[in-house]
Design a protein around this ligand. Structure first.
Ligand code: MEV
Length: 421
């Protein structure tokens, strides 16, 4: 067991195309965001394991001896299979979480305990740890906050328990794990995601682990050629929703109307493939026609997602308002609210485009879509950049590492501000 403090950081994500279809084996295209989650793990000898999640108001501690006495043999199967419903119920008992607890706070605690007990179980005794996680990502908005959490947690616990080497190099502010270590991190992060979402595809934790721009299908990950200049405006409708429920609703619709929903999923797959092909062409020789293709693909996918039942009035409004400015938008992630993405024109300054979309119309003019927009999601849009960086281990003196006390970043992420690419 390592004795030093570990600082880990992992990115959130934006899905370009393929959300929901990816749960049914289709292709998804996703990029890592330059909004990240940070975790600090401090080993102790005080007989306690403490979890502190300032973003969502969780501060909980358990006696290690008490956890050690619990029968956690049901976790034996570890990393190979999904936790069963009975195992989840048992773990809730161990964690003291209400059986019907589906709140993000309870689910985050559950995922932590699952990863802690499973990964640290090979140690002679369960370790005393103090873990704090904070994030620049809004929770439950479709930007992969739970995946970034699970990825940081898996990376930190695996490193602390010496299941993977500590990659820290002197004088380097962010050190990277080797590929085989990232694979193990990703595998465990997926188990954490399963605790939170039930039956996720694994795309979110893959992006959080590997960073960059990825094509994902049934656990197979490859990197995507991406024109560097692709600019996306991210808008948080601030309408809360549950990924688990939305994924379950799509499954029900598929079972109820297989002849109707199967072609929708097939078509979303074709949209992802066409987008991938277009991005490849753009990387080689970008032309204005490529943007027209990307815009059409966005419109078609948004209609399909509406037909799957994962749209929301706030997202329709986003599409209408941005369309009034000649821009094309779709939901990203599970939908039902959460965030939407808008493809910005490459030839105009992105902040100017954001301001144009956001600005209310003059009082004298008839109330147009922009004024409705400004009232409903005031200040909630900002241009985002893609982060090429995967999950990393940061040096303790990394000066840009935010402290929990200074972490108003999650507010900034949901109320506006520019994030550098
Ligand atoms: C959530 O970010 C994306 C979904 O496709 C669910 C998943 O892939 O697990 C809706």
């Amino acid at each position: 067991m390592l004795s030093e403090v570990l600082l880990v950081s992992a990115p959130g994500k934006v899905i370009l195309h393929g959300e929901h279809a990816v749960v049914h084996g289709k292709v998804a295209l996703a990029v890592a965001l330059n909004l990240r989650t940070f975790l600090r793990l401090q080993p102790h000898s005080n007989g306690k394991v403490c979890l502190n999640l300032p973003n969502i108001g969780v501060k909980q501690a358990w006696d290690v001896a008490g956890l050690q006495l619990q029968d956690t043999s049901f976790l034996e199967q570890g990393d190979t299979t999904a936790p069963t419903a009975e195992q989840v119920e048992k773990l809730k008992e161990v964690a003291g979480i209400p059986q019907d607890g589906t709140k993000p706070e309870g689910l985050a605690v559950l995922a932590f305990l699952y990863l802690y007990l499973s990964i640290c179980r090979k140690q002679r005794a369960l370790p005393s740890l103090d873990i704090t996680v904070w994030s620049q990502l809004p929770t439950g908005a479709g930007l992969g906050s739970s995946a970034a959490y699970s990825t940081c947690m898996a990376a930190a616990l695996l490193t602390a328990c010496e299941e993977i080497p500590n990659p820290q190099k002197d004088g380097v502010s962010a050190s990277r794990w080797a590929l085989e270590d990232l694979e193990l991190i990703n595998k465990w992060a997926f188990q954490g995601e399963r605790m939170i979402h039930g039956n996720p595809s694994g795309v979110d934790n893959a992006v959080s682990t590997w960073g960059g721009a990825l094509r994902f299908q049934q656990g197979k990950i490859s990197s995507l050629e991406r024109p560097l200049a692709l600019k996306i405006l991210l808008t948080n409708t601030k309408v809360p929703r549950s990924t688990k429920t939305l994924v379950a609703n799509v499954r029900s619709r598929l079972l109820k109307f297989p002849e109707i929903v199967t072609p929708l999923l097939t078509s979303i797959n074709a949209i992802s493939l066409e987008c991938e092909r277009t991005l490849g062409e753009m990387a080689a020789a970008p032309a204005p026609e490529h943007y027209l293709v990307l815009e059409e693909l966005i419109d078609m996918n948004q209609h399909h997602l509406n037909a799957l039942g994962v749209g929301h009035a706030s997202l329709d409004q986003l599409c209408r308002v941005t369309m009034a400015h000649g821009l094309h938008s779709k939901l990203t992630g599970a939908g039902g609210g959460g965030c939407g993405i808008t493809l910005l024109r490459p030839d105009k300054d992105s902040e100017a485009q954001r301001d144009e979309v956001m600005s209310p119309r003059p009082a004298s003019s008839s109330p147009g879509p922009a004024s409705i927009w400004a009232r409903q999601v005031s200040g909630a849009a900002f241009p985002v950049g893609c982060s090429p960086e995967e999950v990393v281990l940061m040096s303790a003196d990394a000066c840009h590492f935010p402290s929990p006390a200074k972490s108003q970043l999650s507010d900034r992420a949901t109320t506006g501000g520019t994030v550098s690419a």
